[in-house]
Design a protein around this ligand. Structure first.
Ligand code: ISL
Length: 567
């Protein structure tokens, strides 16, 4: 690997502002709340904070519907609050990465209002969005929205449809229009002058639509075609990102990560190439898509668990394919995904702490930049809501309406199980600070109910408990900063591990060191012997002692050898 970049050795902490800390007791988190908790974030030892959108928004989709890219959501505060947050973060050596949501804007953005106003050729804003005539009195094609229903909405006044891959309040911007691109690049450079440290780019793999917008194939019970697979990695996406790199990114020492639904390892080598021509890294979706429904009409909605061999094969593929060519991001969960410990581990009281630590170690010893989603470091669990009325997320409410009430594909109880397993609200419940009312998040009823387990799972409990999940994360973050092999070492599965249904064992090595990671993914005691030297240092473990070849439920341990070991 060529010379290391600062973000290759960094750990990112994701803050979902709406649910992090409420400072003015309106039940909604805010910028002042984040400022008040900066010391907490800093003591974790992380390097970067990624803020989910804090811009002006009608908030149809958690702020991913922006009505002014250069203004702050008043519910969260104002621009001077943001500037204070940035300065105070920097004073603690924390960088701040913002969310960039430019595949679409809000329908309340000035550009869309002007676009809507007239379809006459002299309206330069018409072409800022994607308008098409009806075909046989219907939508221009069969694409479905990610949030249920068609991806097109009809405008009576002009007799045309506009495209929205997400909600109808999130019209897709037309990246083929150079004015749109230049406006976006100028806006990014404007944020640079404020001193931000990078961007996480929302669904950036979807910005270039295929020529002619062809229908998507329909499978099984599908009413609408899968627009995502049609638009992902479109014909001009790399050209646009290279232009962005030239006009914006190359001028700043930033961290950039593209959220790239539908990305393959081949495509990732273009988006995140070590030659710095586009972005630093991408969020790939494969390892969080393995447990989807077998019926394509239901997509991600299921309560299936992925098996270890499937999960491991995928993670290994990404480690190996990008090595030396591109850079990985590492994540188990975020604001769109259920909680890691509930999904891949075991959130029962008996195994929650053990399995949360096991997952953390498996991820943090891999090559790439790790992302920790707020509360993950506590081992926070899925929301466990019992009724539909507790959910707030539009994706969740829409799929229930669609699959239960409209198409009758799923029984209500089954759908509630799917929501408990996969709803985005699982990770959006308020941060659990202490065991006081509403978990110390707010004195007001929060916008989304607190998880009832906050009385035992919270920062106050964990910070003073040396065996907590929180302190285990701190240890892992520290190891990444002190052991170069975690950043630059090669990755290999331990011989024979590819067929192991229960244990994940891999090694990292460079010229002078090797680290061996052994993780039991089951709730039973197992026995495994690996042919490694006896001389080692135990770097970290989630039990109090080491019993050699005996692996207790969800046991994880990492050994270090002061020599290069290859097989
Ligand atoms: O959440 C998902 C799984 O159901 C995805 O389809 C998700 O919509 C996709 O990952 C894109 O996510 C991003 O863009 C969305 C926004 O709702 C998400 O919160 C954001 O992370 C639209 O802006």
């Amino acid at each position: 690997m060529s010379k290391q970049k600062w973000w290759q050795n960094a750990v990112v902490y994701q803050v979902y502002p709406k649910s992090f800390q409420d400072s003015d007791n309106d039940g909604i988190g805010d910028i002042r709340g984040i400022i008040n908790r900066l010391d907490y974030i800093a003591q974790l030892g992380v390097d970067v904070i990624w803020l989910n959108p804090i811009y002006k928004t009608p908030d149809i989709d958690g702020g991913y519907d922006i009505s002014d890219y250069q203004d702050i959501n008043p519910t969260f505060g104002n621009m001077s609050d943001f500037e204070e947050l940035l300065a105070k973060a920097h004073a603690r050596h924390l960088k701040v990465m913002m969310d960039l949501v430019v595949n679409h804007s809000s329908f309340e953005h000035e550009w869309f209002k002007k676009s809507l106003a007239s379809s006459e050729p002299d309206n330069q804003y018409r072409d800022y969005y994607i308008w098409r005539d009806p075909v046989d009195g219907h939508e221009p094609n069969n694409w479905g929205s990610f949030f249920s229903g068609p991806a097109w909405t009809y405008d009576e006044q002009s007799g045309q449809y506009y495209l929205h891959l997400f909600a109808k309040e999130q019209p897709d911007l037309n990246w083929e229009n150079p004015d749109v691109r230049n406006n976006i690049f100028d806006m990014m450079n404007w944020w640079a002058t404020k001193g931000i440290d990078g961007f996480r780019m929302d669904v950036i793999s979807l910005i270039s639509k295929p020529k002619g917008l062809p229908d998507a194939p329909l499978v099984d019970d599908q009413v609408y075609g899968d627009s995502g697979s049609m638009v992902a990695n479109g014909p001009h996406v790399h050209e646009y990102l290279q232009e962005m790199n030239h006009k914006v990114l190359s001028k700043h020492d930033w961290i950039t990560v593209g959220e790239t639904a539908g990305v393959t390892t081949e495509e990732a080598q273009k988006y995140a190439n070590v030659d710095d021509s586009e972005l630093n890294m991408v969020f790939q979706f494969e390892h969080v898509s393995l447990d989807g429904n077998t019926n394509p009409a239901l997509g991600k909605w299921s309560d299936r668990r992925v098996t270890l061999p499937e999960l491991r094969a995928n993670l290994v593929k990404w480690q190996k394919s990008l090595a030396g060519k591109a850079w990985n991001s590492l994540y188990w969960n975020n604001h769109d995904q259920p909680r890691a410990v509930s999904r891949f581990g075991n959130d029962s009281p008996e195994f929650r702490v053990l399995s949360a630590k096991m997952l953390a170690a498996v991820l943090h010893f891999m090559q790439g930049t790790p992302y920790i989603f707020q509360g993950e470091e506590l081992g926070m669990t899925n929301a466990n809501y019992q009724t539909l009325s507790q959910y707030r997320d539009l994706e969740t409410l829409n799929i229930y309406e669609d699959a239960v009430n409209k198409t009758h594909l799923v029984e209500p109880e089954t759908m509630l199980n799917y929501l408990r397993a996969r709803s985005r609200d699982n990770s959006r419940t308020p941060m659990q600070w202490d065991n006081s009312h509403n978990a110390g998040f707010s004195e007001h009823d929060p916008w989304l109910s607190v998880n009832q387990n906050y009385t035992t799972i919270n920062v106050k409990e964990e910070i003073s408990d040396k065996n907590s999940v929180l302190n285990f994360y701190k240890h892992l973050i520290d190891l990444r900063h002190t052991l170069p092999v975690i950043t630059d070492g090669q990755f290999d599965l331990v011989i024979g591990n590819e067929d192991d249904a229960d244990v994940f064992a891999y090694q990292r090595y460079n010229e002078s060191q090797t680290v061996l990671i052994i993780a039991n993914f089951t709730d039973t005691t197992l026995n495994r012997h690996y042919d490694f030297p006896n001389e080692h240092e135990l770097l970290i473990q989630n039990y109090q002692d080491d019993q050699g070849d005996t692996l207790r439920p969800y046991e994880v341990k990492a050994y270090r050898y002061n020599t290069k070991i290859t097989h």
